[in-house]
Design a protein around this ligand. Structure first.
Ligand SMILES: Cc1ncc(COP(=O)(O)O)c(C=O)c1O
Length: 396
């Protein structure tokens, strides 16, 4: 039977990441696909006891002690907020859902970087967003295809300025200040998504742009997924005072409140003095993995692609050196057949036809001993595709 669905369902695409992750978790697969923490970086919960009071319904805002902990962190990042302006969400993916529901309807102009986080595109598209490309470089010089006027007319600007997913880029101090001034002057609603901020491997400016805003409306969010455990499904947001009551109502309507057992577990973990040590060790281990990955990329991909070494975050973003762009989605099945999964670049673009042959490769999750095998396999598949692209260019 064909069921009549809401018209917006025509706009909802299955998340390619979730589809690829299903394959990538098969035994024997070397996965560079998802943004998963390393299994050995996850905390041990064997000795953590959970208060049975967490089995009861709770506050939509989140557990008060956890909100206090988050508010304290936010204050250290330069935010002038207390726990009453903190909303615990069920992963920062829910924050995107709530903001989309709050602002986006059919035809709403949303400015985003391209590439940008694909599940944000998935959500904004569901609610009917029209995209306007934004590039931080356009604040200082012209960028082809990006006009600042369109950005100024947008109802929302979504950015991921610290170790962006997928490109791992990080805004400079000047870019952060210039953007904050622009948003304040032009009253642009800024939505800053910051889940990777604690995974830095070199020093760099990580001050949230939202913490510098003085007048305009804003939403800032981060997550416990990358630093503690994604399975807890917990993140948090804070925002300008005018938006908080609306986001809280949307949260109530969405799921009443986030999982209280997860919140209780999380609070115990973050209050454990050894937890900061665990994070330091994870950082050191990811830095070492990033560097091994880079050496192997040089060994296997020097003639095939270009990339920057990420200062933080979990990904390498490769641009293939082909005479014509290759649709990297078409290489995925061959890679999976060869036992290696990667994330094609196209779904991260507003318009996938603008992609120029990119791959997102995660270096945190796969064991370092399997890096070489995975990258060697992947490079041979890509070498064949690059050769075919070159041959097709030479045909009369
Ligand atoms: C930029 C960005 N935002 C949000 C999320 C969602 O994270 P979570 O819902 O696990 O907090 C991710 C996950 O990879 C991400 O990369």
């Amino acid at each position: 039977m064909t069921q009549k669905l809401a018209r917006r369902m025509d706009r909802l695409q299955a998340s390619p990441v979730r589809d690829i992750l299903a394959v990538a978790s098969q035994p024997g697969m070397i996965s560079f696909a998802g943004g998963l923490p390393a299994t050995d970086a996850l905390p041990s919960i064997d000795s953590v006891s959970i208060d049975s009071a967490s089995l009861q319904y709770g506050a939509s805002e989140g557990d008060q002690a956890l909100r206090k902990y988050v508010a304290n962190d936010l204050q250290q990042r330069g935010f002038d907020v207390d726990e009453n302006r903190v909303l615990i969400v069920s992963g920062s993916q829910q924050g995107i859902d709530l903001v989309a529901k709050l602002i986006v309807e059919q035809g709403t102009c949303v400015a985003v970087e391209s590439p940008t986080y694909l599940a944000a595109l998935q959500m904004f598209t569901l609610f009917g967003a029209q995209y306007v490309p934004f590039s931080i470089d356009a604040l200082q010089s012209e960028v082809p295809g990006v006009t600042l006027e369109d950005v100024l007319d947008s109802e929302l600007l979504y950015i991921n300025p610290t170790f962006q997913n997928p490109s791992s880029t990080v805004y400079t101090s000047t870019q952060r200040r210039t953007l904050a001034t622009l948003c304040d002057d032009e009253e642009i609603l800024l939505f800053e998504d910051d889940p990777y901020r604690e995974l830095y491997y070199e020093s760099c400016d990580r001050q949230p742009v939202c913490s510098m805003l003085r007048r305009t409306s804003w939403v800032y969010q981060s997550s416990f997924s990358k630093t503690i455990a994604p399975g807890l499904r917990l993140g948090y947001l804070t925002c300008s005072a005018n938006l908080y009551p609306h986001l809280l109502k949307l949260k109530q309507a969405a799921d009443l409140h986030s999982n209280r057992i997860s919140q209780s577990l999380l609070l115990t973990l973050v209050n454990d003095p050894l937890d900061s040590l665990r994070l330091q060790e994870a950082r050191a281990s990811y830095r070492a993995k990033r560097d091994s990955f880079n050496s192997l990329l040089h060994q296997y991909f020097d003639s095939l692609a270009t990339w920057e070494v990420p200062v933080g975050g979990l990904f390498y973003w490769l641009t293939l050196k082909t005479p014509v762009p290759i649709d990297t989605r078409l290489l995925l099945q061959d890679a999976i057949d060869a036992g290696v999964a990667f994330m094609p670049g196209e779904p991260f673009f507003i318009d996938s036809t603008q992609a120029k042959g990119h791959l997102r490769l995660n270096f945190s999750h796969a064991p370092v001993e399997l890096f070489e095998q995975g990258l060697a396999q992947l490079s041979s598949i890509i070498a064949i595709a690059c050769q075919q692209a070159a041959d097709s260019c030479q045909k009369p």
